[in-house]
Design a protein around this ligand. Sequence first.
Ligand code: NAP
Length: 385
Amino acid sequence: MARRVVILGATGSIGVQALDVVGRSDELELVGLAAQGSWERVVEQARATGVRRIALADPAAADDARSAWPEGEVLGGPDGIAALILESDADIVLNAVVGSAGLLPTIVTLGEGIDLALANKESLVAGGELVTALAEATGAQIIPVDSEHAALHQLILAERAHGAGTIERLTITASGGPFRGHTREELGRVTVEQALKHPTWEMGGKITIDSATLMNKGLELIEAHHLFGVPYEQIDVVVHPQSIIHGCVSLCDGAMLAHLGLPDMRVPIAYALHYPERIDVPVARLDLLAAASLTFEAPDLDAFPCLRLARSAAKAGGGAPCVMNAANEIAVRAFLEGAITFTRIPEVIEATLDELGTQPVGEFEQLFTLDHDAREAAARRLAAL
Ligand SMILES: NC(=O)c1ccc[n+]([C@@H]2O[C@H](COP(=O)([O-])OP(=O)(O)OC[C@H]3O[C@@H](n4cnc5c(N)ncnc54)[C@H](OP(=O)(O)O)[C@@H]3O)[C@@H](O)[C@H]2O)c1
């Protein structure tokens, strides 16, 4: 029987590639689609795929979709997305929403015991131990879609067949983004257009800026810690401009296992949606002779302080990663709108972390409050600039 799939964030970069993956597989059946406000695209996707139920987080967009698509069912608002997850009898939900708006769908999915294909790293960064504890309590699996984490998931699973305790370190690679090699002073003059030109991946706006600031690796460091239960001191970030090696695992006998492939998100999306099966994916194959050379360098934490900020928020724990994530979202949006320079992004995050400090977090409700407070604090910082 086909696996029933709901795609959240269906109109985004990951969502559209996921539709391609689902459309090619007899083993997957699409049963629900959701987005924020792009109702015309979601209705179009529903018509093209035969999906009968969609959700739009923006209630006004949901109203428009209802008028244009009376033959289908349209759910509206954040509760509508939750209802879509709960009422679709899904076997797996792909959360490809951008930002901490993905936290509620992650909680609803895992709380219901439904497996989660997780692209929305922000929900794991903000939700941390509470999210993984929820998955453990209900038995739902979190299968990463992020290419680095999909790589580590495969390497760790393969290694665990040899028993526990053989893994010493994890390495996640970073392309370095469009400004690799820039000084801090040069970064103060870069434009939004330049920042949106990622050298190896084509992605949505927010993650592309996160890649340029290296905050994306900071988020991924926290994501890796929660997914694999490895201490932060044992997770390395290495800049690898070719984006061919996605992740490595260092073992107790001195061996290092690496996962290689051309940068194409359909590979980790297909892996997550079919896991534990593996299927044919029609993407270009890696030719080592064509790749010729793979290079590595240490990230420049002076020019790109976001990675340093993420490590210290991770170490502080509690609500700090949630605050950092919310402040980053506000600062990135301001940069994309042309309101601040690129180098102001880490400044806003650091000031927000300093203002709100670290607070213990025991319930999801506290995270939503903290996310809200951090957004307000970051907006105050922006207004004061
Ligand atoms: N793109 C990549 O290659 C890549 C790789 C690894 C991980 N990721 C992660 O995957 C997630 C999505 O990235 P992306 O690049 O696909 O982003 P994107 O292209 O900007 O798409 C974002 C999607 O989220 C939807 N959305 C935004 N706010 C929402 C809300 N409040 N409720 C429901 N849906 C909402 C958008 O709907 P509308 O169109 O209606 O606004 C859109 O469908 C991010 O967490 C990112 O870090 C992405």
